[in-house]
Ligand binder design. Structure first.
Ligand code: SF4
Ligand code: SF4
Length: 166
C-alpha cells in the first residue's frame, strides 16, 4: 500500500501551480525538457510508476529512484518533484527539532525563470508546498530525502557565494 505521507502530498499538490499564468511559456517548459536528468522520487513513490508505460525508472549513483518521462504527461500522474517545483520544503534540524521553510529550489537556478528571477509564486502554491512538506516529514524515509536535498541546496548557495553569485 502506498505511504500515507506520499498520498497526502499528492492531494495537497493536486491543482496548484506556481503562477496564475502558464510559467512554461516563460522558458519553453525547461523543467519538462531535461530528459537526461530524471526526477527524484520520494521513497516508496516508485510503486506508482512501476507498471506505467509512460514512464521508466532508474537508480542514481546513490541508489535513489529516478523517474524518466517523455516530456509530456497527464497532470494527475506527476511525481512530487514536479508538483512542488520550483519551490522546495527546505528541511533542517534546529535545537533537536526538524523544521521546514519553503524556498526557491536553487537546483533550478540556471534553468528556471521563476527561480532565476525570484518571481513570487502564488500564495496558494506556496501553501500547498508547505503542507506537502509537512506531510512528507512525518515519514522518516521521506524526511531523510528532504534533508538530503536541502543539503544539496546548501551546497549550491555555498558554491554561488564562493563565486560571487546569488
Ligand atoms: S522551468 Fe520554471 S518557469 Fe519553466 S516551466 Fe518549469 S517551473 Fe515554470
Ligand atoms: S513527469 Fe510530467 S511534469 Fe514531470 S517532467 Fe515529465 S512531463 Fe514534466
Amino acid at each position: 500500500m502506498m505511504k500515507k505521507a506520499i498520498m497526502s502530498a499528492y492531494g495537497f499538490l493536486k491543482y496548484s501551480s506556481p503562477l496564475r499564468t502558464d510559467c512554461g511559456k516563460l522558458c519553453n517548459k525547461q523543467c519538462c525538457s531535461r530528459e537526461d536528468m530524471g526526477m527524484l522520487l520520494f521513497p516508496g513513490e516508485e510503486k506508482l510508476f512501476e507498471d506505467d508505460k509512460d514512464f521508466s525508472l532508474k537508480k542514481d549513483s546513490g541508489g535513489r529512484n529516478l523517474l524518466f518521462c517523455s516530456g509530456v504527461c497527464e497532470r494527475k500522474k506527476r511525481p512530487i518533484s514536479c508538483r512542488i517545483y520550483p519551490l522546495f520544503p527546505y528541511t533542517y534540524l534546529e535545537n533537536g527539532e526538524m523544521k521546514q521553510k519553503v524556498v526557491y529550489d536553487l537546483r533550478g537556478i540556471n534553468s528556471c525563470e521563476i527561480v532565476r528571477t525570484q518571481t513570487k509564486a502564488q500564495r496558494i502554491f506556496f501553501s500547498s508546498v508547505r503542507k506537502a512538506g509537512k506531510s512528507l516529514l512525518k515519514d522518516p524515509e521521506c524526511a531523510g530525502l528532504l534533508v538530503e536535498i536541502s543539503r544539496e541546496i546548501d551546497d549550491i548557495i555555498k558554491l554561488n557565494e564562493d563565486i560571487g553569485g546569488i
